[in-house]
Every structure is written in C-alpha cells, then in structure tokens.
Design a protein. Structure first.
Length: 368
C-alpha cells in the first residue's frame, strides 16, 4: 500500500526540499486547456515538489557584477536538469507500487500555441496546467501578492515540479492567502518594471476557487514583467544601455502583452547586424544576450529584483520562513541605472563616431 507519508519520505531521501499533495477534486474548476483531468483522466492526486534556489545565486546580480550564475543555476539547470531528474526518480518510486505517475513539464499555459485537435471531440493540444495554481492546491505553499510562489521554508527562492497519479493519497491542507505573504508591498516598490499592482488594489486581484477554499493574488502586468526579466528595461540592464545608449523605452508604462514582450525580447537577443566600427567584433546587436543564450540556453537579466529579492529580504527579516542566514541579504542600497540617454549622441552612427574619435582623433573634422 502506497501512502502520502511514504512518498514524502522517499522525496526527502532523494533530496527534494519540500512536497505537497492535493486531491484531484480541488481542480474541478480549472479551465479545460489547463485541466489535469484532460491531461490524465485517471488522476486521483497531484504532487507538487519544491527545489530551492540557492540564495547565493542572486549575489552577482545584486552586486551588479555577474549575471551567469542566476541564469545557469536558478533557471536553466534547475528547471531542465536537477529538478526533472528528481521528479523522474519519484515517479519511478510511485510506479514500483503499481500506480501510474505522470511527470509534468512546467510550461506557461497561456503562451502555448494552439493547434488543431488530432480527432473530432478532442481538445486542441497541448494541455498545460499552471504549475503555481496546482502547487497552491497541494498546500506546499501559497501564491504571494506578486504572483510568485512562496514556501514556508524558502519563501520565493524555489522552482516547482508536478506529478499526477491515479493513486488516491491523503491530501495536505491548502494554505490561506497571507500565511506566508505579509502583503508588505516590498515587491511593488522594488519592481523595476512597475508590473505589480498596489497591495490595496482589490480590483486587480485574481481569485482561485479550489472548492474547499478560495485564495487570491495580484493580477501582475506580465508584459512589463517579461520585458524587465529579459533585459529590455534600461534600469536593470547595462547590456541594453551599451547596445542602445540613446534609447529610453518606458517599460513602467508599457501596455505590451506578455506574448508581444517575448516576440521582442528573444528575437532581439539573438539579432545580428553588420559591424559598425565599434569595439564589438562580432555581429550581435546585444552581445551579452546572444552570448548567454548560446552558452546557457536562457537569459534572466532582472534577477527578480522586486518579486523575489525584495520579498526574500522582507520575509527573512520578519522571520516568516524557516531557512535562515547569519547575514542579511541586502548589504547596501540596490543599484539602478537611469532610464534616459546618458549623453545625446548626434550623427547617423554614434558607434562609428566613438570608435574613430578614440583611434583616429580629429579624422571626423567638419563631418558635423
């Protein structure tokens, strides 16, 4: 006989940091294209696993000196290698008892392209559940005001995985909104993209009904969030400043959707242009973005300044989470770049002009 406690014990042995279990009835109100039942009709229980993000992965971005670690460890490898391996091992354990275990890749349901159904009466593929909404229904944490998932042990420093099984397991209680999140507003104040509505803005709340309990979180402007996260916000990206020194894109007031933001960020990160007499000897428009995408497979430039770093600092200081440290995370005032041209450059090609002025002073005499 397989029990919830046996699964939790095995998860701990594997090195999984935390785990929650919910019954399938909690997700009866899920939209059809996000429904576990449409993914696995025989599902009786849902398991959410938590893997911590090491606090130290934020250090380089916090200091403004190093960006690779956060992208590599907190995103790419944690999401695509470390957590999936442990999810796989826990699925093996469940299936050794004769119960089917379906590992679920935590994609973004709303971004998934719609395709024609494979047969009449079928839903269009692909079915993607919302990993945060499902995880909140297992009691392993709550969705905080900023839409970031919070756990009692690690606060916002985590990545989530899901397993669906036809084993009927004892569920954990769902956490009330505000169990972990204090609604202090630190995330709102520190978000460089102005993506998170004020705490008292009740009109911008999303309410989720699990049947036995309702929870809520803020309706975050995901277009602004995506633009900032992927480095198209001058306040947090020295790389964008270098590539476009005269651009002052106002992300804080942008009405771009999340999909539009992705369509801008990813193609531009890989964009090529001919060398225009600059110090950059390759054809990348934004050299660092292209470099980190090729070497790491992802690029996270903001480093979750408001939704994770400010939240983490607040929860640690208020003793709301269990994973404690000897030293405060914030050791000085966070850095921020100005969202305006540092110097208005004249002429058709400022990159050319700067290069010539450095290497051949006076050669541009009478050009302007």
């Amino acid at each position: 006989m397989l029990t919830s406690q046996m699964i939790k014990d095995r998860a701990k042995e594997l090195g999984i940091d935390d785990i929650g279990i919910g019954n399938i009835e909690r997700f009866d109100n899920a939209p059809p294209l996000m429904s576990v039942k449409n993914y696995f009709p025989g599902a009786k229980s849902v398991i959410a696993i938590v893997m911590r993000i090491p606090r130290g992965t934020y250090r380089g971005i916090e200091e403004g000196t190093h960006w690779h670690n956060y992208t590599f460890y907190a995103y790419n490898k944690l999401n695509t290698l470390i957590r999936p391996r442990l999810t796989y091992e826990l699925c093996r354990f469940i299936e050794d008892f004769g119960w089917e275990a379906v590992p679920h890749y935590p994609g973004v349901p709303e971004r998934n392209p719609v395709r024609d159904a494979v047969a009449p009466g079928k839903l269009p593929p692909d079915i993607y559940t919302s990993v945060r909404l499902i995880a909140a229904g297992t009691g392993v944490g709550e969705i905080g005001h900023s839409k970031v998932f919070l756990n009692k042990k690690f606060g916002p420093r985590l990545r989530l995985g899901l397993i669906f099984t036809d084993a009927e397991l004892e569920p954990d209680p769902i956490l009330d909104t505000g169990t972990i999140c204090t609604h202090c507003g630190a995330c709102v104040r520190e978000c460089p993209g102005n993506a998170i509505p004020p705490v008292k803005d009740e009109e911008n709340r999303v309410v989720i009904d699990y049947g036995e309990k309702q929870v809520y979180y803020s309706n975050v402007h995901m277009g602004r969030c995506t633009l900032t996260h992927h480095g198209f916000n001058n306040e947090i990206s020295p790389f964008l400043k270098k590539a476009f020194p005269n651009m002052a894109f106002d992300v804080r007031n942008s009405q771009m959707s999340e999909e539009e933001a992705y369509r801008l960020c990813y193609p531009m990160a890989q964009a090529q242009w001919y060398v225009t007499h600059s110090e950059n000897n390759n054809k990348s428009v934004i050299e660092y973005y292209d470099y980190v995408l090729k070497h790491v497979g992802y690029f996270a430039v903001c480093g979750a300044k408001g939704c994770i770093r400010a939240c983490m600092n607040s929860l640690e200081k208020s003793n709301r989470i269990e994973n404690k440290f000897h030293n405060d995370f914030y050791r000085k005032k966070p850095w921020k770049l100005e969202n305006q041209p540092e110097k208005i450059e004249k002429g058709i090609n400022p990159f050319r002009n700067k290069w010539l002025d450095k290497h051949y002073p006076g050669v541009r005499k009478n050009e302007e």
